[in-house]
Ligand binder design. Structure first.
Ligand SMILES: Cc1cc2nc3c(=O)[nH]c(=O)nc-3n(C[C@H](O)[C@H](O)[C@H](O)COP(=O)(O)OP(=O)(O)OC[C@H]3O[C@@H](n4cnc5c(N)ncnc54)[C@H](O)[C@@H]3O)c2cc1C
Length: 310
């Protein structure tokens, strides 16, 4: 119930304007985001890199409805890629297509993506296209394939959500295309005719899709998997498959969100695995923060404690 409440609030503009004005809410959000500015993000990346962790940076934002805002968001990504190159931090890029105008015009989004990928290519960087709610799944995969297959960018990847019934077919296709995919469970509110309602089914599908994408045929096609989860059962299942099948490190990495399960991030690093931390920053933290609350309603206690902190 609380999950549905937070996911509902994540899309409610009235709640956004109310909650963003509350100081302790912002303080709580800072557990999951690096800060308001690019400088904050680079500092966080440097700190994580020093600790042996890779990074992917996300300039938070989504669901943009006017062209000027979509262009401003793209500029923020150009600034980010420039700052990554200049500072020398080990960080890739993550973004959402609705931030770059997908809901306005597909060609606007594509044009902006191409400019971002060109700059990323010139500086040796990689861009992962996050996956949003199912209203956007087809459009996101279409843009990804246009960039990857038609324009032949080899520095672009996308995300697949294990909670969707369609994901097995999507993963099979993407594996044979030798794609770069981040597999996660899925963070949006989806109806039971599109997504498994039970966690046990989502988890079983996550394990199945992990194995599908690490299989020898996928490796031969050049596929690469970002195993994005904080769930030790998912991580252990992946490790078992990797060890039993000698999957080379060149085909996978683990990924987790900034501020979540830090000890587990370090434990994996100590075991010799590549671990990448997804670091969001910027002033548009509200929907991202609400999804983190939905994933673990117990985080509410952490927020309440911030209300009583001076
Ligand atoms: C790198 C990365 C990128 C992602 N990109 C996307 C994306 O593009 N699209 C998308 O739909 N989703 C994305 N997600 C979110 C994902 O879909 C899940 O909602 C999220 O990762 C929680 O699922 P879990 O696999 O950690 O498992 P869960 O079963 O939800 O959690 C397992 C354990 O992890 C810890 N945990 C999980 N979430 C939290 C939290 N918010 N706060 C504190 N502890 C927590 C708890 O200890 C929990 O018991 C991404 C996740 C990661 C790690």
């Amino acid at each position: 119930m609380l999950r549905a409440l937070f996911l509902g609030l994540s899309e409610a503009n009235w709640a956004k304007s109310l909650i963003m004005k509350i100081g302790p809410a912002r303080r709580s959000a800072l557990r999951f985001v690096a800060g308001d500015t690019l400088e904050d993000a680079i500092k966080a990346a440097r700190r994580l890199n020093k600790n042996g962790l890779e990074v992917t940076l996300d300039h938070l934002g989504e669901s943009v409805t006017d062209e000027a805002s979509a262009r401003k968001a793209a500029q923020a990504y150009h600034d980010m890629i420039g700052a990554i190159a200049e500072s020398g931090v080990r960080a890739t890029v993550s973004l959402k297509l609705t931030q770059l105008g997908l809901d306005i015009r597909e060609d606007l989004c594509l044009e902006q993506m191409r400019a971002i990928l060109n700059q990323a290519q010139a500086t040796g960087n990689h861009v992962t296209i996050d996956m949003e709610s199912t209203e956007h799944t087809d459009a996101t995969l279409k843009v990804f394939r246009t960039l990857h297959d038609d324009y032949e960018y080899d520095n672009v990847g996308t995300v697949i959500q294990a909670y969707l019934y369609r994901s097995e077919a999507d993963m099979q296709a993407l594996a044979s295309e030798g794609a770069f995919v981040r597999l996660c469970k899925g963070a949006y509110k989806e109806p039971p005719d599109l997504a498994f309602p039970d966690k046990a089914d989502v988890d079983a599908n996550f394990v199945k899709l992990t194995e599908l994408f690490l299989a020898p045929e996928a490796q031969q096609a050049g596929a690469y998997l970002g195993i994005a989860t904080h769930d030790e059962n998912m991580i252990d299942a992946a490790k078992r498959y990797i060890q039993a099948n000698n999957v080379p490190p060149a085909h996978f990495e683990f990924q987790m969100l900034y501020g979540i399960r830090g000890k587990l991030q370090e434990q994996l690093r100590d075991e010799g695995y590549k671990v990448r931390i997804y670091v969001g920053y910027g002033t548009e933290w509200y929907p991202f923060f609400m999804r983190r609350l939905a994933e673990r309603p117990a985080n509410l206690w952490f927020i309440l404690s911030n209300f009583f902190r001076r």
